[in-house]
Write a protein that binds this ligand. Structure first.
Ligand code: PHE
Length: 462
């Protein structure tokens, strides 16, 4: 293999790729999407999308990256289809937009470490004032972005990868323990019913497109991340099992985060689920009160540690989000790595300002847009999440069409089979072939079409 280097082991790759996938998406976004989507019906659809649509797409992205051994945009050129490098560029744009909103949420989480360390458990009920304090949050955001930039400028292999291997499992154990504790709270049962017993009468179209957007975001699909990481994977690896493991780990973290949060939501609302924000504030509003119930010392220690781990999970994802455009600038425009990092970080911080001030501070960005389908205004940050979802999903359509019909299925199979000889002519090859060629593009095009009609134009077909 070339001098670009490789992941040292399959475990190293899985840890890094899982670190990219597991982040705020699992612990911050997943619970409020489930809450908005009416609970278990959302969960089921989400799981379906993760395994039937996103897993084959992740496998395809890794295969393209490994075959080309190039950055997201250069990969398509290398395979001989220069026109398709636009697809890599879409992923790069999605990563930039993604990080511009991601660092704002990470800043909220980071600030919570400090609030809880000083014993301010009331922060949960003061959340709407907290996010309005844009100078404080802006400063935390700057710190978070600077740490991300520093690590990306150094390369990620040594420190962050090692730390992630320890800290990520710690986060999962902590979520499971908190989950067990939250099951002992009054009304926990109602929370579990809401989360795990589907009520399909609640099923609306919005649930379907929220679920697919969440699945793409959480598994980092359609954002060029897996093409980039895949370019460093050894030819001997069985990438079907790698992609499956990454998906299972990511889904498991989200699932347990749900088991932790819904009993708490039920407890706080006396089992009614009323007056609970089903929006980006959900975990920030509900968790501090629970930490407080542990008592002064234990509450501070456990609460601060939780938000520390959450910030760390955000960091490993933010690194990938920054790495994608930086690799592109370095590989395609021959800009020095350090320069590219500084330029991108400053650009992303400025791009993030509307997301930062659109949470009560600036009227304009707080009530940014009225979708055709809704009475209430949507703020800039949420608008960006939705816009990014559409870019990622469009990326998913194009990746599947590219792999199946342009690059051709036989090449995809050859690449997968280099590390997994039995793949050729197996039932797995047939299933993945059908999913990539027909099911993924068809389902995604239908979802895109319905989303645009419903959300933006207010025309609900189903
Ligand atoms: N998957 C990450 C999360 O759930 C976000 C992310 C998306 C990271 C795309 C890298 C690339 O938080």
């Amino acid at each position: 293999m070339s001098s670009r280097g490789n992941f040292n082991s399959k475990f190293g790759f899985i840890a890094a790729a899982a670190g990219t996938a597991v982040g705020l998406g699992n612990i911050w976004r997943f619970p409020f999407e489930v809450a908005n989507g009416g609970g278990a019906a959302f969960l089921l659809i989400y799981l379906g999308f993760c395994f039937i649509i996103c897993l084959p797409l992740m496998l395809t992205e890794i295969a393209i990256g490994r075959h080309a051994e190039k950055d997201a945009s250069g990969a398509f050129k290398h395979l001989g289809f220069s026109n398709w490098s636009i697809l890599g560029k879409m992923g790069i744009v999605a990563s930039i937009i993604g990080l511009s909103l991601y660092f704002v949420i990470a800043a909220w989480a980071f600030g919570y470490i400090i609030e809880i360390l000083i014993g301010n458990f009331a922060i949960g009920s003061q959340f709407s004032d907290y996010v309005k304090n844009v100078f404080k949050i802006g400063l935390y955001g700057l710190v978070f972005l600077s740490v991300t930039a520093f690590i990306v400028s150094k390369g990620i292999s040594g420190g962050i990868e090692k730390a992630a291997k320890i800290l990520m499992p710690t986060l999962l154990i902590m979520i499971i323990l908190l989950g067990i504790y939250s099951l002992t709270l009054p009304h926990a049962f109602e929370g579990i019913v809401f989360y795990l017993v589907p009520d399909f009468s609640q099923l609306k179209l919005t649930v379907i497109y929220s679920a697919i957007g969440q699945a793409f975001f959480s598994l980092s699909i359609g954002m060029a991340a897996h093409i980039t990481y895949g370019s460093y994977v050894s030819k001997n690896d069985n990438i079907v099992s790698s992609a499956s493991l990454i998906t299972i780990i990511d889904v498991a973290v989200a699932f347990f985060a749900g088991l932790m949060i819904f009993p708490i939501v039920a407890f706080i609302s006396n089992g009614t689920f009323e007056n609970i924000s089903g929006g980006p504030g959900l975990i920030f509003e509900t968790l501090p009160g629970v930490f407080e119930s542990f008592g002064d010392v234990a509450g501070v220690v456990i609460g601060a540690f939780f938000f520390l781990l959450l910030s760390f999970a955000a960091l490993t994802s933010a690194i990938a989000l920054l790495e994608v455009p930086v690799t592109y600038l370095v590989d395609e425009h021959k800009i020095k790595r350090k320069k590219a990092v500084v330029f991108m970080t400053v650009f992303i911080f400025i791009l993030g300002i509307p997301s930062l001030i659109g949470n009560g501070y600036s009227e304009f960005f707080t009530n940014f847009i009225h979708y055709g389908s809704q009475n209430e205004a949507t703020n800039f940050l949420t608008f960006l999440i939705h816009t990014n979802d559409l870019i990622m999903i469009s990326g998913g359509v194009l990746i599947s069409v590219f792999a199946a019909f342009i690059w051709k299925k036989s090449n995809l199979t050859n690449e997968i089979a280099t590390g997994f000889p039995n793949y050729r002519d197996s039932w797995l090859e047939k299933i993945i072939g059908i999913l990539i060629s027909y099911i993924c593009p068809l389902v995604l095009i239908i979802v895109l079409f319905l989303t645009i009609l419903d959300r933006y134009l207010g025309i609900a077909l189903i």
